[in-house]
Design a protein around this ligand. Sequence first.
Ligand code: C2E
Ligand code: MG
Ligand code: MG
Length: 740
Amino acid sequence: MSKKPNELSPLHAQAETQFAQVPEKLWKPRPAEELLQELQVYKAELEIQNETLWQAQIELEASHDRYMDLYDFAPVGYLTLTSEALIAEVNLTGAALLGVNRKELLLHRFAHFIAEDYTDNWYLFLGSFLQRDERQSCELVLKHSNGQNFHAHLDCLHIKAGNGEHLVRIAFTDISERKQAEEALSIAAIAFESQEGIMVTDAHGVIQRVNNAFARLSGYSSEEVVGKTPALLSSGRHDKDFFQGMWTALNEQKYWQGEMWNKRKNGKIVADWLTITAVTTLDGNITHYVGIVSDITSNPESLAEIHRLAYYDFLTQLPNRRMLLDRMKQALAASSRSKHYGALLFLDLDNFKNLNDTRGHYIGDLLLVEVARRLNAIVREGDTVARLGGDEFVLMLENLSEDIQEAANQAGLVGKKVCDAIASSYLLEGIELRCTASIGVGLFFGHEASVDELLKHADFAMYHAKKEGRNSVRFFDPEMQATLINRSALESDLHHALERQQLRLYYQIQVGNERHAIGAEALLRWVHPERGLILPEQFIPLAEKTGLILPIGLWVLQTACAQLSDWADNPATSSLQLSLNASALELRQPDFVEQVQRAILVTGINPTLLKIELTESLLIDNVYDTVAKMNALKALGISFSMDDFGTAYSSLAYLKQLPLNQLKIDQSFIRDLGENPSNAALVQAIILMGRTFGLDVIAEGVEDEAQLAFLNLNGCHAYQGYLFSRPLPLAEFEEFVERV
Ligand code: C2E
Ligand code: MG
Ligand code: MG
């Protein structure tokens, strides 16, 4: 087919049509300025777009940082575990909760951070969690690297990583405080249901809660009292002052305790023992009051029991010291009105401790009960028999004659009767026993002497009766009065003895089998400005009674250590072991070991040259404490000797426990070694016992050659006594050791 002139080819025609559809402004030629203007607008738009992109980039990064901050410092720990339960990721809080550096946690098994007892729980939980596709939580105990475990709550979630791996995301928190609070609550809940009635009010005294015991006690149900005030229970028996006192105490001390008459629902008025404690916030504001009520009148038996326990001796049912003091006060007042004399008889059984030790406490107790019965049988109605404790009893006789001599005769007669009654034989559990008593008597007339003084007088007279051979009655007399006054003067002087530098240490040599000096004992002396040299027997008991033995003992320790340090440079003294005496009171001080340690440190002495002599009275106290202190001192190098050995009843079991180095045979056995065969046997036994326990044995009070020969023959290791030297003042002692 041929193409006609002016006819458009089909392709061209299509292009024409398409072109016709293009807006004119796109093809129509435009002036250059217009185009430039348009370009500038376009460029400006582009710049704006660029800026926005840039902003978006910054914001994106910031939000990532924000996310990381939120993640790391979230108040909970986040962990991501791999499908093998290894830690893939952890936030900073999580690492801090476990106390482990984040890097050290990564790719470690999470189970390592769970307390041993809880790992089974964890695996059980994980097993069930992995099978189900849901969020689950559990509680575990996790380990902190400082060794302290804590309760944790774990929220676990499945997530799928980009590579398709299944991960576990855990959020965990420390719930130890909550756990503790829960435990405290459950304890409180149990305590709340105790046998005592409990009532809780708010700060205005409106009852919030009562327990079952309260409902039982008061007769009101919980519904009847909640919302009311305790005025509901008011008996009307207390005045305004009473309540004012109570509120003052509650406001100031946050605590009040006392007896209160309350009315029960049935109208009965009873005495309750009430303890109120205010509950406060940390800043001291009262939020609640907790009242604990126990009924004391509805149970007359318990009231009587309380009274009995307070005023009577448990074993013998006799009045105790408290009751005696009460009755003495009344008796003095009565004597002052009636002008009649009264008497106090202080009775102490002879050798009771021995009997207790040899026959056992059960028989000892039976004897005390029988003595109480005999005493009660002797006195008249209205007189008092009391037990002060141990084997000490007091009889108080009232309404004796108006004439002092006559009254003394009457009291003396009763004393004699008591002595006879006690001395007649006892049959206890089929065992026939004998026992005697020493009695001291003091008369009283009105308020001439105080209750304390009277007891002291009778006690002192009893002490004289004991000294004069036991089984006898001794009256308190003016001479004793003088001694007592003298003693109290001595006591007040003793308070200044240390600061006035009146104390001295004397030294007595200790020798070995070849009579060569091996050591010395430091013995205390008091150089009194008026009384001259006072021996320890006269003032150590006083020092122990007043507690002055503690500063005095410390002085002895420090002086002895200083002496050892001084002797260290002299060949005649440098190897002497120095013994010092320590009383039970000293050893009982909690810092006794430190005191010795310090004295050694300050003086720089060789601790193996220091020996401490203890007496068996120490064993009466806490043996475990004594052993612990002795061991601590022994570890320093110090040695121990058991002084006056054989005079007290020593339990072998105790002796074995004590880390001793030496037994010191008491001088009383050495003194009549020649005449008394049983003493000789005892000394032999002690030496043998020493050998069995691996202890040295030293004899004290060796005064003659025969004693020394006997001891030497029987294997004694060391000796001390006048045969070698008396205790000497320092200068004389030093001169003496140079010579031997
Ligand atoms: P002790 O520790 O058994 O001391 C031995 C006592 O026997 C000393 O009496 C000593 O002088 C004396 N003596 C030594 N050899 C003989 C002798 O051959 N024949 C006789 N008849 N006696 C001899 P002293 O110095 O009067 O001390 C008496 C007690 O006072 C001591 O008995 C001791 O228990 C205590 N004592 C002494 N110094 C101290 C001290 O610094 N602290 C404490 N807590 N008690 C001390
Ligand atoms: Mg001694
Ligand atoms: Mg001794």
